[in-house]
Design a protein around this ligand. Sequence first.
Ligand SMILES: Cc1cc2nc3c(=O)[nH]c(=O)nc-3n(C[C@H](O)[C@H](O)[C@H](O)COP(=O)(O)OP(=O)(O)OC[C@H]3O[C@@H](n4cnc5c(N)ncnc54)[C@H](O)[C@@H]3O)c2cc1C
Ligand code: SF4
Length: 429
Amino acid sequence: MKRAVVVGSGAAGATAAKALQGLFDVIVYEPGREFRPLGPSLRFAEKLKRAGLLLNVRQVGLIYPPMRTARTKDGMVLVWGRTTGGTTTMTAGNALRVDGSLRDLGVDLDAEFGELAAEIPISDVHRARWRESTRRLYEAFGEAGLDPRPMPKMADPAKCHGCGRCILGCPTGAKWDARRFLDEARAKGARVVTGAKVEKVVAPSDRASGVVVRRRGRRRFVAADLIILAAGGFGTPAILERSGIVREPRLSVDPVLCVAAPWPGALQNREVPMPFAAGLEGFILSPYFDFLSYFFNPKWPAGPDDIVSLMIKLADSNEGDVRGGKIRKPLTSSDRDRLALAVRLAEDVLARLGIPRAKTYLGTLNAGHPGGMLPLTAAAAGTLHDPRLPANVYVADATLLPGSLGNPPSLTVMALARKVSRLAAGRFA
Ligand SMILES: Cc1cc2nc3c(=O)[nH]c(=O)nc-3n(C[C@H](O)[C@H](O)[C@H](O)COP(=O)(O)OP(=O)(O)OC[C@H]3O[C@@H](n4cnc5c(N)ncnc54)[C@H](O)[C@@H]3O)c2cc1C
Ligand code: SF4
């Protein structure tokens, strides 16, 4: 059987592995290890926080190794997962279809979204179990003239007890993540090699012969008939650069900024994160206990039970680059203007809970939705293959998104990866 190499095991990689195994002999390369939730270390992290020993966000890798971070020149903390299942292991479980910009290009993902809906448990039944504070916040959003909508979640409601730890790794297995697809691919015979980083694609002509993989300090060439790049919005552009293949300086990341305040007994840290959201022009607003800010931002006081926090998730400008091992992601003046507007709106919602503006404080600017550096165009809508890539190399991850979604992208990324895999198999299986 022909061999397909899938680079990365996150949303797109796991989806591609599942779709391609059987048609190809699939090998998935993943630099991280098997995912483990944060587990009991949360209590340890709380002790460190209270002792004032957590000061630098880089320490996150010590207590929660699958989560990786980098800081941009402007101080924005970029977050991603390096582990089996990729960043999906640390999502809030949000399941939105946000393919408007792809549809505008002529990419029809109806069939793929339909299939995913049949395979992944998605619902908003968590609403029936919202805490009093969440219900009050929902009312406050309405009073502020916003249009809050309960967030559909990828989770098994029977196993979810609303502990609020989704981004730290679900302790009960209720939350769906891409490891399920990876396991299905494995069950059909796919090999998943962890601790293995793909350095580059080898393409002596307009067809690639394979990839160079680095594992345990050794480099090795692996031949492939088909290569699917799914190393994520930061990882895939780096591989393209090392392979001498084009990419565009159009990185978007959906920056997140939380506006927090004291609210005794809010218990938002023990509530489903982002239980609902309101969509506005260029950003969304949603309740979210920001563990990253809580642990690593000294402005956030100890005592997570008594903090209320609203997340602003911005649809940022497509301006940024991954080059020479560094990530450049400036915020444009338009990004900053919209952030300032969103902060005022969040403060307005909090004021309706009786919290004066003077009591609010901001979180650490962070971002976890990288993509956009080899954006799809209308010309490639039929093939989902950028003609600048070797014929048998496809990009399947968030790198393909034509612009910032300002919304949770993983379901859309998976639908896209499934279609890419189908089209690639049609040509090369
Ligand atoms: C805290 C947080 C919460 C989020 N919550 C949500 C949410 O609720 N809903 C939602 O839809 N989205 C959410 N997201 C975003 C979502 O997880 C990502 O958009 C999605 O996982 C992107 O899919 P991907 O396949 O492009 O990349 P990833 O899922 O990140 O997968 C990339 C994989 O490639 C691997 N890799 C990297 N470099 C290499 C290499 N050189 N060789 C081989 N493999 C490599 C990585 O280790 C990783 O496993 C969240 C993100 C974060 C950070
Ligand atoms: S709230 Fe807790 S139990 Fe429910 S999906 Fe998230 S981590 Fe799992």
